[in-house]
Design a protein around this ligand. Structure first.
Ligand code: SAM
Length: 305
């Protein structure tokens, strides 16, 4: 029987020879999952014998990683905003930079609720997460509002054009016990499109629209890391300039956003000038300010009338 240390060395070398830059970490995570314990337990017990079944499962996982498949898909798990999300190829793996969008959204909603966290006599604040994918933003927002005892004052609608992604988002909402706080809609950007076919309530615009839509330039797609080739193209490809989907959403804001509403849109670190120009062209007279992430990079466009 191999020990944990021996399997870690074997897996790390296999991944390193396949070109992985995170070989040791990947091996630790995958071995932990195969045994059913956390990474720290593995590291604390280098001489522990590993059963044949667990060692076999680990070697299968290592070979999947060798093909370039993301560790998160192999594990079926990704931590985002301190929460464990189920992930699989139905949707994009949530990225750490999107946590900034969640923080800004929580602050925005809490600011609108005021000190009490409630709005006595007023309808709940209506929030849309457009392009919800795994549900990362909508679920993290709902969990954070519950923690602040503000859940009842907010309605969150998680929207995606992909039914598959919405299935995953629903599972994550159930997993974090917020399925009663988050609604789901399959729609192109916002419900209540021109034909009304998706059943949206076009008469009640959103006060806060949050979106991490695809923003990779089409010609940059082939140069993305191999792991991203396992993720849905629909989640990444933002068209010729990377902003095609976002531009269409901007065109929907005059009807979809409440008069005093705000749209918070994640952008690429090199898209600050482009988003400012796009908002000026599509929404003349509206404001657009770009907020930065912890690394000082442009990350979230804040758009309002
Ligand atoms: C970059 S992923 C973001 C997923 C998730 N919000 C996150 O931050 O991890 C973009 C998502 O937008 C969805 N999407 C792309 N075009 C859309 C459209 N026209 N209407 C609604 N959703 C769209 C994709 O299916 C994908 O789930």
């Amino acid at each position: 029987m191999s020990t944990t240390a021996e399997l870690l060395t074997e897996g790390t070398e296999r991944l390193r020879s396949a070109g992985s830059e995170t070989a040791r970490l990947d091996a630790e995570l995958l071995l932990g999952d195969a045994i059913g314990v956390g990474r720290t337990v593995i590291l604390a017990h280098p001489d522990a014998p590993v059963g044949v079944d667990a060692a076999g499962a680990y070697r299968v996982a290592i070979e999947r990683r060798v093909t370039g498949e993301p560790v998160a898909y192999i594990r079926g798990l990704k931590e985002f905003h301190g929460l464990a999300f189920h992930v699989d190829p139905r949707a994009l793996i949530p990225r750490p930079e999107t946590e900034r969008l969640v923080e800004i959204s929580v602050d925005e909603v809490m600011h609108r609720l005021g000190a009490s966290g409630h709005r006595a006599g007023s309808p709940p604040i209506r929030v849309a997460d457009v392009g919800t994918g795994s549900g990362a933003i909508a679920v993290a927002l709902a969990v954070e509002l519950r923690r602040r005892r503000a859940s009842e004052a907010v309605d969150i609608l998680a929207i995606d054009v992909s039914e598959e992604a919405l299935g995953l988002a629903r599972e994550n909402a159930v997993g974090h016990a917020v399925a009663d706080r988050v609604g789901f809609a399959c729609a192109d950007l916002l419900p209540g499109g021109p034909d009304g076919a998706d059943g949206g309530d076009a008469t009640r615009p959103f006060e806060v629209i949050v979106a991490n839509l695809p923003y990779v330039r089409h010609d940059a797609m082939p140069s993305l890391p191999v792991a991203t080739s396992f993720e849905p193209v629909l989640a990444l490809d933002g068209g010729p300039d990377g902003l095609a989907v976002i531009e269409r959403l901007l065109g929907r804001l005059p009807d979809g956003l409440a008069a005093d509403g705000v749209a918070l849109l994640e952008i690429g670190a090199d898209q600050e000038d482009a988003i400012l120009a796009l908002v000026a062209a599509v929404l003349p007279g509206w404001s657009c300010a770009v907020e930065r992430d912890l690394a000082g990079l442009p990350r979230v466009a804040r758009i309002a009338r």
